[in-house]
Design a protein around this ligand. Structure first.
Ligand code: PGA
Length: 261
């Protein structure tokens, strides 16, 4: 079976206490799952990170930050540096979530600086890409995805691929007003993303895990995860109660077992 990735970004929802109790419950519920077969990760808010890191063993649940500045220090009021995240012992940095791109106007060029900084500080770098509804209507989704990947991952080396994950999250599929992508649509875009990663990095590019995100829920998770080019699920709302996330993960694992993916 392919290695499966399951993760959630808690966005700006849970404070310290909620994050810690969520993590402890998720840890208990998922402890028996073989970590050689799955990787599980949670990305809490900044203010909860220190307590989160103290409350779980990251060999079981990797923890990450939702964003990061590309500079180590300086006149960047309100930003968080790679060194500050390193102090917390985190494994992952998420970059370029659609809310960062569209509400806070992060560009592909800025994201390239952030990706380079995250890699140089040995973080697993989860770069999110995805077209808007308007770009989809205009028929330019593939061009947008290729541009986000080629600029965001500009000037990296094939060795960096061991530390890069991609999340494909079509903007029109995310959040309360989102419509989940069909598994056929997601599969087509994942195949394009894998082909683009191979174009950028050579053979090693095809080994970069590509996760799908955007209204993943218990009804569509199994069909999504069994698509050949989908390596994992990056879940929002459906993951924010630990029992629900645990059931979704277990169901997706058995779907993969039964369809030999
Ligand atoms: P959603 O969020 O699953 O609630 O649509 C996905 C995301 O923003 O990563």
């Amino acid at each position: 079976m392919k290695k499966l990735y399951f993760g959630t970004n808690l966005k700006m929802y849970k404070g310290i206490q909620d994050t810690v109790s969520y993590l402890k419950e998720l840890d208990t519920l998922t402890h028996d799952l073989d970590r050689n077969l799955i990787t599980l990760f949670v990305i809490p808010s900044y203010t909860a990170l220190e307590h989160a890191a103290a409350s779980v063993n990251q060999n079981y649940i990797h923890l990450g930050a939702q964003n990061m500045c590309w500079e180590e220090q300086g006149q960047f009021t309100g930003e968080i540096s790679p060194l500050m995240l390193k102090e917390l012992g985190l494994h992952i940095v998420e970059l370029g979530h659609s809310e960062r791109r569209h509400i806070f106007h992060e560009t592909d060029q800025m994201l390239n600086l952030k990706v380079k900084a995250a890699l140089s500080h040995q973080f697993t770098t989860l770069l999110c890409v995805g077209e808007t509804g308007e770009e989809k209507e205009l028929g330019i989704s593939d061009e947008i995805l290729k541009t986000q990947l080629k600029v965001g991952l500009h000037n990296l080396s094939a060795e960096d691929t061991d530390h890069i994950w991609i999340a494909y999250e079509p903007v029109w599929a995310i959040g309360v007003n989102g419509l989940p992508a069909s598994s056929a649509y997601a599969e087509e875009k994942h195949a394009l993303i894998k082909a683009t990663l191979t174009e950028i990095f050579g053979k090693q590019g095809s080994r970069i895990p590509v996760l799908y995100g955007g209204s993943v829920n218990p009804d569509n998770a199994d069909e999504l995860i069994t698509q050949p080019h989908i390596d994992g699920l990056f879940v929002g709302r459906s993951a924010w109660k630990a029992p629900g996330f645990n059931s979704l993960i277990r169901s997706a694992i058995s779907a993969c077992h039964s369809s030999f993916c």
